[in-house]
Design a protein around this ligand. Structure first.
Ligand SMILES: [Zn+2]
Length: 429
């Protein structure tokens, strides 16, 4: 697709945010109907689910009717991937295929054709522009080096072109790069920007002065937000989402909650099968509105949030959710003194489709146990490859890694799985 079309997408997204909520709901329902019809016809998994529920797409006459459609779990998608989850007739060799992880550590592959990928990138840029980023601003993004190409298409035009910094670099190395680059926009995983802020506080370093800070991909704990904001003397903007659907909600300059991207996703908040009231905690159920290659219909991801009926002072019609209750994974500190963000484990283990789930536990400062829930394809070679990959990232650390292979990671009660836990007391603030 040409660049003109990409700008049309972006312009449309920028316009949509100012529509009235009722207009956005209308647009949302129109997009929803279209993807339901498509999924019923072209995606065997959803055809089967509709059939089992005795439903036709025509039975969905309002947003409220959506709850008639059965939930789809991550396991459903994994069990039926790729034949029954990808639209008939798509040549997937030309598609973008980001690996997902999610908080339970179960990896899964998504597939986007270029048209849908372009739309996602436009949606992804919207909050950045809404919060004041300009097209040629110097923009540093802390990321895993091989991470899915975020917002890449504009780079060819030399605008919205971020400089990437590896999550795995030493904090001091990140700092010296940032001092030279002097970004106006600092963007990245909440935990890694937090570690950066901590280091800068210790060193009383005034040379990095971003004007806008975006954090993403992880639960932003209140102490982390305070440390980052006091270090840089700037408010930060938190963005919420998942790899399966991209970014789905974000803070605007009013900071009065997270605006949901109603023109890219339909979000329900469910407890015991029923929609919760505004102000109540519910499990998020997503229906993606633009990925026609691999649609996600009433997809349960395990994240919990609180829908809100408040209107934001900014005047955007995009509805708000109040706050997000995410995972509370631990940082790990090694004998060298280096502190690792919990996100690194996801990044290290994500490429292995033979791993269903993982749980990392730091028992002692020099002893880390990695429990792996394996699929039937997990072999001795896989384990060797996992060890090599850990060695590649953490080989310099004087730590013994113990591997435990299981069929399923036990979770106490029905709680959301904590993927990374340290039994040490690590002083972060
Ligand atoms: Zn707002």
């Amino acid at each position: 697709m040409g660049n003109i079309q990409k700008f049309i997408n972006l312009r449309r997204c920028m316009k949509n945010q100012w529509l009235k909520t009722s207009q956005l709901e209308k647009l949302q329902f129109k997009m929803l109907k279209s993807i339901l019809n498509h999924s019923y016809k072209n995606i065997p998994l959803y055809h089967q689910k509709f059939k089992e529920a005795g439903l036709y797409p025509a039975d969905i006459k309002s947003l409220e009717d959506m709850k008639k459609i059965p939930i789809t779990t991550k396991q459903d998608i994994k069990d039926h991937y790729p034949q029954e989850t990808i639209a008939r007739g798509v040549d997937t060799t030309k598609c973008w295929k980001p690996h997902t992880s999610g908080s339970t550590g179960k990896p899964l592959t998504m597939v986007y054709c270029s048209r849908d990928e372009d739309y996602q990138k436009a949606i992804a840029l919207r909050p950045n522009l809404a919060c004041g980023q300009k097209i040629r601003d110097k923009w540093a993004v802390i990321t895993a080096s091989y991470q899915a190409k975020p917002k890449k298409w504009f780079q060819k035009l030399r605008i919205f072109a971020p400089e990437y910094i590896s999550l795995f670099d030493e904090v001091n190395q990140q700092i010296s790069f940032l001092e030279k680059f002097n970004p106006k926009i600092l963007d990245g995983y909440a935990t890694s920007i937090f570690l950066l802020a901590k280091k800068l506080q210790d060193q009383d370093h005034p040379k990095i002065n971003p004007k806008i800070i975006f954090v993403t991909a992880e639960m932003l704990m209140e102490n982390m937000r305070k440390t980052i904001e006091s270090t840089f003397q700037q408010k930060i903007y938190d963005q919420f989402g998942c790899v399966e659907l991209g970014r789905t909600a974000w803070e605007c300059p009013e900071h009065s909650g997270y605006h949901m991207d109603m023109d890219s996703v339909f979000m329900e908040f469910i407890k015991n099968g029923e929609e919760v009231s505004p102000g109540e905690r519910g499990e998020i159920i997503y229906t993606g509105l633009y990925n026609y290659t691999m649609p996600l219909i009433r997809y349960s991801i395990g994240d919990v949030a609180i829908p809100s009926d408040e209107k934001c002072n900014c005047g955007r019609g995009l509805k708000l959710m109040e706050s997000v209750e995410g995972r509370k994974d631990s940082f790990i500190q090694t004998p060298s003194g280096k502190i690792y963000s919990p996100i690194i484990w996801t990044i290290i283990l994500r490429p292995f489709s033979q791993i269903n789930q993982f749980k990392v536990t730091q028992e002692k400062i020099d002893h880390i146990t990695i429990e792996i829930a394996k699929t039937k394809d997990f072999t001795d070679e896989t384990l060797t490859a996992v060890k090599e990959r850990i060695d590649q990232y953490l080989g310099q650390e004087d730590v013994h890694f113990e591997f435990v292979l299981v069929d399923e990671i036990s979770r106490k009660g029905n709680k959301k799985l904590k993927s990374v836990e340290s039994k040490l007391k690590i002083k972060l603030n």
